[in-house]
Design a protein around this ligand. Structure first.
Ligand SMILES: *[C@@H]1O[C@H](CO)[C@@H](O)[C@H](O)[C@H]1NC(C)=O
Ligand SMILES: *[C@@H]1O[C@H](CO)[C@@H](O)[C@H](O)[C@H]1NC(C)=O
Ligand SMILES: *[C@@H]1O[C@H](CO)[C@@H](O)[C@H](O)[C@H]1NC(C)=O
Length: 457
């Protein structure tokens, strides 16, 4: 849908172009140095430690006990009791659904059927393993998984695995960094982190672009290659399985939700390691560097050059990045954004990259007409838990291009909450650009500058 951008990235000074190149170089350098094998080795040292107790030679029984503990930690209350009693239980929430079994399973990747044999009457459960269950249109493109629990005749195993499987889908909004991270990457982390890489991911609706983009994250959550069921077409046996991913909230983790104890601080640390990010705290960055995310098609800044001039006047070194190849190459982009003290963008998926900012940095969201709720829910509220300061620049009607189109008294301008799709989406998301009031915006940036000043942080 997005037109090919004229320039993928441009910078306010040639110096900054060098920064991009050197980041690319660092990226390649580290990619060569920290090989997957070495990482796997490091990891296998740590996996012998479980429950603060060193397990030298785990017996089969001990192995099963550890797995049982991990499986039951993915459920609470009645669901957990049901898992203990029957070996199978599901949890249904607003956004997500996930089913857990701690019994041996046969997974037929030809039909995406999970067999959980027992002597009970057979029950069939069908779920679409994607953490946006409320979006019925979207779910249409997610391949269902059929779970047969009870007295069934499973096909014969062709491959035996000693570790459990996790089944999820990379369908949905793949290509959009917000949806990828919100609905797949964070839920995958929540669901699988405690297994310490000892599980195998079965990725339905497998997209190579997704694997390439998030390979560094995925390979830190599982020591095994991700399986593409469409290419596999055979029967695999596992000592247990999880179908679907757990979701705690938009771009967030809730440490009191199951599995208890996940912290945003640790997720950010995990992402920093995965992408070899240099800075954990804004004070480690010497110059006041600001990234301005420049959208090319919708929600554009109409006076971007003037904005940049004003920012430079305040003393910022400004990096302007266009939404394009650079942004979609997370290895490069995450490093680039991690080297900034302040991140400025209009409401949009690009703000998801606040996850890569160092602690104490500032995210400034230009909050457009009609997008207040989404701006707060998706990006503003999660920022605080990330240790990132959030400044909201709420535009006035005069700054929005919608004023000319609809006039001051149209409900689009006066009462956005009463405007429903498709008009809402067409106007606010796709039809709106902004001409920033420089004097007012300057105040927001002065505040940002004081927040990242060297004195207190
Ligand atoms: C663990 O098992 C290996 C091979 O079975 C054996 O050589 C080793 O002595 C065992 N270690 C302990 C602490 O039991
Ligand atoms: C976190 O999870 C707990 C337990 O499920 C819940 O009571 C609480 O409301 C959640 N907090 C947030 C901010 O969602
Ligand atoms: C908008 O409404 C106000 C008050 O109802 C009116 O005075 C004004 O002329 C209207 N403006 C336009 C552009 O229609």
């Amino acid at each position: 849908m997005e037109k090919a951008p004229r320039k993928p990235i441009f910078c306010s000074t040639p110096v900054i172009f060098l920064v991009v190149l050197s980041l690319l170089y660092i990226d390649l350098f580290w990619a060569n140095f920290i090989s997957f094998d070495r990482w796997k080795k490091d990891c296998s040292n740590s996996e012998t430690i479980f429950n603060n107790r060193k397990i030298i030679n785990e017996t089969d029984e001990e192995k099963q006990n550890s797995l049982d503990f991990l499986f039951s930690s993915l459920l609470a209350g009645e669901d957990r009791s049901k898992l203990k009693a029957t070996g199978f239980a599901c949890n249904t929430a607003v956004h997500s659904i996930h089913c857990v079994t701690n019994r041996p399973v046969m997974i037929d990747t030809r039909t995406m059927t999970v067999y959980i044999p027992s002597d009970q009457p057979v029950q069939e459960t069908v779920i679409k393993p994607y953490a946006r269950q409320e979006d019925h249109n979207l779910l249409k493109i997610v391949t269902p998984v059929k779970i047969l629990h009870g007295n069934t005749t499973p096909p014969v195993c062709q491959h035996n695995h000693e570790i459990p499987a996790v089944i999820f889908s990379s369908s949905g909004f793949v290509g959009n960094v917000f949806h990828e991270i919100n609905e797949i990457i964070i839920p995958l982390y929540i669901t699988s982190k405690n297994f310490k890489s000892r599980l195998l991911f079965i990725l339905e609706d497998y997209k190579q672009s997704f694997i390439s983009k998030y390979g560094k994250v995925i390979s830190r959550l599982s020591s095994y290659e991700v399986m593409n069921p469409a290419a596999d077409q055979s029967v695999h046996c596992f000592p247990g399985a999880v179908v679907g991913l757990m979701f705690h909230g938009h771009l967030s983790l809730n440490s009191s939700d199951v599995p208890k104890g996940h912290l945003m601080r640790e997720l950010r640390q995990f992402l920093r390691q995965a992408f070899n990010l240099k800075f954990s705290h804004v004070s480690q960055i010497k110059r006041p560097t600001l990234m301005l995310l420049s959208r090319r098609t919708t929600r554009r800044f109409l006076n971007e050059d003037e904005m940049v001039a004003m920012m430079e006047d305040l003393g910022f070194r400004v990096i302007v990045v266009a939404r394009a190849k650079v942004v979609s190459n997370l290895n490069i982009f995450a490093n680039l954004i991690n080297s900034c003290k302040v991140f400025v963008a209009a409401h949009g998926a690009g703000l998801t990259n606040e996850l890569f900012l160092p602690n104490g940095a500032v995210m400034v969201q230009v909050d457009l007409v009609g997008l207040e709720w989404a701006g707060a829910t998706y990006y503003g509220n999660p920022a605080q838990a990330m240790g990132v300061h959030y400044l909201r620049y709420k535009i006035e009607p005069e700054e929005s291009s919608l004023l000319k189109v609809f006039g001051r008294n149209h409900t689009v301008m006066t009462d956005p909450r009463s405007v429903h799709d498709p008009l809402g989406k067409e106007a606010y998301l796709n039809g709106q650009n902004v001409r920033i009031n420089l004097a007012r915006f300057r105040e927001t940036l002065v505040e940002a500058l004081s927040l990242v000043g060297d004195s207190t942080l």
